[in-house]
Design a protein. Structure first.
Lengths: 279, 278
């Protein structure tokens, strides 16, 4: 009589973990870094269309490494979770902690269920707090464990080497330019302390920030190549070009404007509409 | 093997397919959507109604203005209601009809546009947004037949064609593109008549705004459900302008100044500015 294949649970979990870790280590890295006015996401990503970093909600950002189809699925689920919650309750009731918990449940269940292969992903959920000290960076691994990271988190590729570089250089009161330089420097030093630094052009970087200084409720914005070059070289912080209106019922904070008038005080030209147009 | 149900994110959340928030919500939580409930006839009398919204284009964009009154039968339910909202970065939605349903619908529409933008990584086109709103009104047809009609007016800056555009709707979800100017709500007949005489396509943003304020005044003049400018409480119409710079709200102080100019003119000629005969 042949013995059925018996695999000890410890061995089974270890095999699954090794499988997931290998998948994650194959890709390029992502660095998420707290800075004085927000949270910075820097990913090495040559594609302009397939994002590793994304907006989930007003104050919540998402970064991922690993298999694209799996983390894209998680990203969509997160946006659905946040939008449904914000719509049913209120926008302020959507929290990073709630989202991190939901992700943890999902990843944990998939990892320990015998049938499916584990997700080969690692994700970061970062939430901008009202003040500097209340920013949260949650890091979730393939098995559903959650870590509340202090200041910065690195995942994917040669994460250990990059983490070491960030740890040495990191200061919580960094401005955006300093933080961005540190993150890019760390990504470039993934060959180890002895290997020469790689050159990473801005076109191979995907950079986004959760900007506490932004007046609008949606704090997430991407920094495109030309602004990034400016930021890295001269340290000039990019001005917020975003002007999307606030999707909110009153009380709302729509940007205000005073219309230019062709002649004299507001509207006096049109008060007598029978007069020919001033313009 | 099917995915085990996870406590945090049920299977529906991970299903590939729709980028639409309302389609998704209809699957997992239909109770949160407007239109999912059943009401009996006569409930319309219980709901406040919003009244007149006007919009007009100018060479650099489009202006939308709404009066501030909500009525319930012969009573004034609210004198400072806001009925014109930014729908997203480049578009504006104004609502007339059953106020409760309308505000809910605008809230859903805003989430719908933001949701699509986040999932797809790019916003919908202006016509796409207008069609999306039509679908939502169609979903409200059951309530409309019970008297809870919602008639929005949608306008925005079309990034692709670089012009301001206006869309109107009927209760069955029909969508129609309007040119130059349009008005919806109980006072719309009078507002449209007024705009016919005042509007010219070469007006700038401030002059178009003045024409819209005049139209709202004319609507309030003849329609009891439309509120005129409340000079004692300083409650004036809400005016949003959509241009290439996005949606902005014209400051209350500028509107107040324009209303003062307009009212001063009406003291001389109560029917407002006269258009030339030929």
């Amino acid at each position: 009589m042949s013995t059925p294949f018996y695999v000890a649970p410890e061995q089974q979990m270890k095999d699954r973990a090794d499988f997931a870790r290998k998948g994650i280590a194959r890709g390029r890295s992502v660095v998420v870094l707290h800075y004085a006015d927000g949270i910075l996401f820097v990913a090495e990503n040559r594609s302009q269309a397939l994002h590793k970093v994304s907006e989930i909600y007003d104050r919540i950002g998402f970064a991922a490494v690993g298999r694209y189809n799996e983390f894209e699925n998680l990203r969509t689920a997160g946006i659905r979770y946040a939008d449904l919650r914000g719509y049913s309750y209120d926008r302020t009731d959507v929290t990073g902690r709630g989202l991190a918990n939901a992700y943890a449940q999902l990843l944990g269940t998939i990892f320990s269920s015998g049938g499916e292969k584990p997700y080969e992903v690692e994700i970061i959920v970062a939430e901008l707090g009202p003040t500097d000290s209340q920013d949260q960076i949650y890091r979730l691994t393939y098995d559903g464990s959650v870590g509340d990271e202090n200041g910065f988190a690195v995942m994917g590729g040669q994460a250990d080497v990059i983490t070491e570089v960030v740890r040495r250089g990191f200061r919580p009161d960094f401005g955006l330019a300093e933080a961005a330089r540190l993150a890019v420097d760390a990504l470039a030093s993934d060959g180890g302390p002895t290997a020469p630094r790689r050159e990473i052009g801005v076109e191979a970087l995907e950079v986004a920030i959760l900007d506490r200084a932004r007046a609008l409720p949606r704090k997430f914005r991407r920094l495109r190549a030309e602004r990034l070059t400016e930021l890295l070289s001269s340290g000039t912080e990019p001005v917020d070009e975003g002007h999307e209106a606030v999707p909110a019922l009153p009380p709302q904070s729509v940007p205000e404007t005073t219309l230019p008038t062709a002649s004299g005080p507001a509207g006096s030209g049109a008060a007598d509409a029978s007069a020919p147009p001033a313009s | 093997m099917s995915r085990p149900s996870a406590a945090g994110l049920p299977e529906e959340y991970l299903r590939i397919g729709t980028s639409s928030f309302s389609d998704f919500a209809a699957q997992v939580a239909p109770n949160v959507l407007p239109g999912a409930r059943h009401v009996s006839a006569g409930v319309a009398d219980l709901a406040p109604h919003g009244t007149t919204i006007v919009a007009a284009t100018f060479p650099g964009g489009v202006v939308v203005a709404g009066d501030r009154r909500a009525t319930m039968g012969n009573m004034i339910a609210q004198r400072d209601i806001e009925k014109v909202f930014p729908a997203d970065e480049f578009s504006v939605v104004g609502i007339a009809g059953a106020a409760g349903i309308a505000v809910e619908m605008v809230g859903l529409f805003q989430v719908e546009l933001e949701h699509y933008e986040k999932i797809e990584g790019a916003p919908l086109s202006l016509v796409g947004k207008a069609n999306r709103l039509a679908t939502m009104i169609r979903g409200n047809l059951g309530l409309a037949l019970q008297g809870l009609v919602v008639v929005p007016l949608f306008a925005g800056w079309d990034v692709a064609t670089e012009e301001g555009r206006i869309f109107s709707y009927d209760a069955t979800g029909g969508r129609y593109e309007e040119h130059a100017f349009f008005a919806v709500g109980s006072g719309s007949v009078f507002a449209r008549g007024s705009l016919k005489k005042l509007y010219r396509p070469d007006l700038d943003a401030a002059s178009v705004t003045m024409a819209l304020l005049q139209a709202l005044y004319d609507a309030a003049d003849d329609d009891s459900a439309t509120g005129g400018p409340d000079l004692a409480r300083r409650i004036f119409p809400v005016v949003l302008v959509a241009t290439a710079d996005g949606v902005q709200r014209v400051t209350d102080s500028q509107i107040a100044d324009m209303v003062d100019v307009m009212v001063a003119g009406r003291r001389q000629r109560p029917d407002g500015p006269a258009a030339p005969l030929t």
